[in-house]
Design a binder for this molecule. Structure first.
Ligand code: NAD
Length: 471
C-alpha cells in the first residue's frame, strides 16, 4: 500500500479496483453487454417503482417527468451503446503516409482505468447512471459519489449498484463534501464530474495533482433569444415547458430571455396562458409541478426575488413562495436592472427573467459579455438572424425554435464550453471520454524510413529534401 493514502477511508476500495483493472480493462464485448443489461433490467423493471417513489420524496418529481427525464434517458443511453459497442471496440484503421511505407496504422479505444463519477441532485439517476453506462461500455472500473441532497435517490442507487455489480467493477459511496474530497485525493485515471462551475474548479485542480483527465459537465446561465420573426405562442409554450419542468432545476433550462422589445408583452401574456394550461392557476396544487430540493436552495431563490423587488423589477407572473413545502411558483420577472442577482448568477429554479433588446447586435453583445453558456436557444423564423446569432456567439449546444431537447439525442455530443464545461458526454462521446485512444503502428518487413538512417550522406540529404517536397 502507498503510505500517502493510508489515512484515506476509500483507499482500500480504490486499490481493489486498481488491482483488478487489467482484467476489468480486458473485458470482452459480451461481458460489457452483460453489465449494461443488468443495469437496464434494474432501472427498467426491478427498481422502476422505487425510483419513481424516491424522486417523489426528494423533489416531488411527477411520475411522468421521472419516466421521461430519468428512466427513459438511461435506458436510451444503454440501448444506444449496446447497438454500437461492437463497432466502437473494433480496431480503427487509419491511413499511413508514403514516408512510412512498409507499415500500417490503427488505433484502439482502451479503458482509461479506475474512474470517479461525482454527480448532482437535479436528475440524480440520469446524471449518475448515464455516465456509468459510458464508463462500463469503455471497460472501466468505477467509484460513484452521488449528491447528498437527494438522499432517497442516493440510498436507492447504492442498493442497486451493490445488488448488480461486483465491488471491483462498480462501487458507490455516499457522503458529502468530505467524501468527495477524500475521493479526489486518490490517483484516479479519469474524473467525470457533473455540477456547478465553482466545484468544477475544485475537481479540476484535484485531478491536476495526478494529471487525471477530466470531463466537467457544468452549468451557468443559458440565454434564450426571441426575435420579432418568431412564432411567439409556440416559443412561449416550449419555454414554459423547458423552464418549469423539475421546477427549473435543470442545467439546460432557459436561464433568461432576451426578446425584441416590440413583442415582450405579448410573449409574457402567452407564457401566462401556458402556465395556466400546464399547472392550472394554482400551480401549488398541481400534480405536475415539482418542488425545490432543499431549504438552502429555496432561500437562495427567495433572495433572488427579494433582490429583484428591491431594485423595482416587475413580477409579471407568480412570485408566491412557501417554505414549508419548498414551493416557488412559476415566476416571470421583467424590468430588471443590470446589477440584479437574477441576471448575474445561475438561477437553477422556476424564475424566468425577461430582458428586452432593440437590436439583435445588442442581444449578441449582451450574451458575449457573460461566460460561455451550456446552451443557447434561438427562436426565430429568419435564417439570417439565426446565422448571425450562431456565427457571433459560442455555446455548448443550441436548439433552434425549441429548448432542452438536444440533451436527449444520444448521437449529439453533450457538454459545455469553458465555464459551462470541458469534454463531452452521451453515446459515442461518452464512450470516448472514458477511453484512451491508443495509437498503434505495425512495421512489416521493410520500412522505407530506414533508408534515411545515419550516417547522413549527401545522397540522404537529397532524399530528405525529396521527402519534404513530395511525401
Ligand atoms: P454541486 O457542484 O454543488 O455538487 C455536485 C457534486 O459535487 C455533489 O455530489 C456534491 O456532493 C459534490 N461537491 C459539492 N461541493 C464539493 C466540494 N467542495 N468538493 C468536492 N465535491 C463537492 O452542484 P449541484 O448543486 O449538485 O448541482 C447544480 C449544478 O450542477 C448547477 O450549476 C447545474 O447547472 C449543474 N449541472 C450541470 C449538468 C450538466 O450536465 N452540465 C447537469 C446537472 C447539473
Amino acid at each position: 500500500m502507498n503510505n500517502n493514502y493510508t489515512h484515506n477511508p476509500y483507499y482500500s476500495l480504490f486499490v481493489k479496483q486498481q488491482s483488478k483493472q487489467i482484467s476489468v480493462g480486458q473485458t470482452s464485448y459480451s461481458y460489457r453487454i452483460k453489465q449494461l443489461d443488468k443495469l437496464k433490467t434494474a432501472i427498467e423493471i426491478t427498481y422502476r417503482a422505487q425510483i419513481i417513489e424516491a424522486l417523489q420524496k426528494d423533489l416531488n418529481k411527477p411520475k411522468v417527468e421521472t419516466e421521461l427525464t430519468e428512466i427513459y434517458q438511461i435506458i436510451g443511453e444503454i440501448k444506444y451503446a449496446k447497438a454500437r459497442l461492437h463497432k466502437w471496440m473494433r480496431k480503427q484503421k487509419v491511413a499511413t503516409p508514403l514516408s512510412m511505407f512498409g507499415s500500417g496504422s490503427y488505433y484502439i479505444y482502451e479503458p482509461k482505468g479506475v474512474c470517479l463519477i461525482i454527480s448532482p441532485w437535479n436528475f440524480p439517476f440520469n446524471l449518475t447512471f448515464g455516465p456509468l453506462v459510458s464508463a462500463i461500455a469503455a471497460g472501466n472500473s468505477v467509484i460513484i459519489k452521488p449528491s447528498e441532497m437527494t438522499s432517497n435517490a442516493s440510498a436507492l442507487m447504492k442498493e442497486i449498484v451493490a445488488a448488480i455489480f461486483k465491488e471491483e467493477d462498480v462501487a458507490l459511496v455516499e457522503g458529502e463534501v468530505e467524501t468527495s474530497t477524500y475521493l479526489l485525493e486518490l490517483p484516479f485515471n479519469h474524473v467525470f464530474f457533473t455540477g456547478s462551475p465553482q466545484v468544477g474548479k475544485i475537481v479540476m485542480s484535484a485531478a491536476a495533482k495526478h494529471l487525471a483527465s477530466v470531463t466537467l459537465e457544468l452549468g451557468g446561465k443559458s440565454p434564450t433569444v426571441i426575435d420579432k420573426t418568431a412564432n411567439i405562442d409556440k416559443a412561449a409554450k416550449r419555454i414554459v415547458w423547458g423552464k418549469f419542468m423539475n421546477a427549473g432545476q435543470i442545467c439546460v433550462s432557459p436561464d433568461y430571455i432576451l426578446i425584441d422589445a416590440n413583442i415582450k408583452d405579448q410573449f409574457i401574456e402567452n407564457c401566462k396562458k401556458w402556465i395556466n394550461q400546464f399547472y392550472t392557476n394554482q400551480p401549488k396544487t398541481s400534480q405536475s409541478y415539482a418542488r425545490i430540493v432543499s431549504e438552502k436552495h429555496f432561500k437562495r431563490l427567495k433572495l433572488h426575488l427579494g433582490n429583484a423587488k428591491s431594485l423595482d423589477a416587475k413580477i409579471d407572473i407568480g412570485g408566491d413562495v412557501d417554505i414549508n413545502s419548498k414551493y416557488i411558483a412559476p415566476t416571470i420577472v421583467s424590468n430588471l436592472k443590470e446589477g440584479a442577482t437574477l441576471l448575474n448568477e445561475e438561477i437553477f429554479g422556476p424564475i424566468l427573467p425577461v430582458v428586452s433588446y432593440n437590436t439583435l447586435e445588442e442581444a449578441i453583445a449582451y450574451i458575449n459579455s457573460k461566460e460561455r453558456p451550456l446552451a443557447l436557444y434561438i427562436y426565430s423564423n429568419s435564417k439570417k438572424h439565426r446565422k448571425q446569432i450562431m456565427m457571433h456567439t459560442k455555446a455548448g449546444g443550441t436548439c433552434i425554435n425549441n429548448n432542452v431537447i438536444h440533451y436527449s439525442n444520444h448521437s449529439l455530443p453533450f457538454g459545455g464550453v469553458n465555464n459551462s464545461g470541458i469534454g463531452k458526454s452521451h453515446g459515442f462521446y461518452g464512450f470516448k471520454a472514458f477511453s484512451n485512444q491508443r495509437a498503434v503502428v505495425k512495421q512489416y518487413a521493410f520500412g522505407i524510413n530506414e533508408s534515411l538512417f545515419p550516417p547522413y550522406t549527401k545522397y540522404k540529404e537529397r532524399l530528405a529534401e525529396l521527402t519534404v517536397k513530395w511525401f
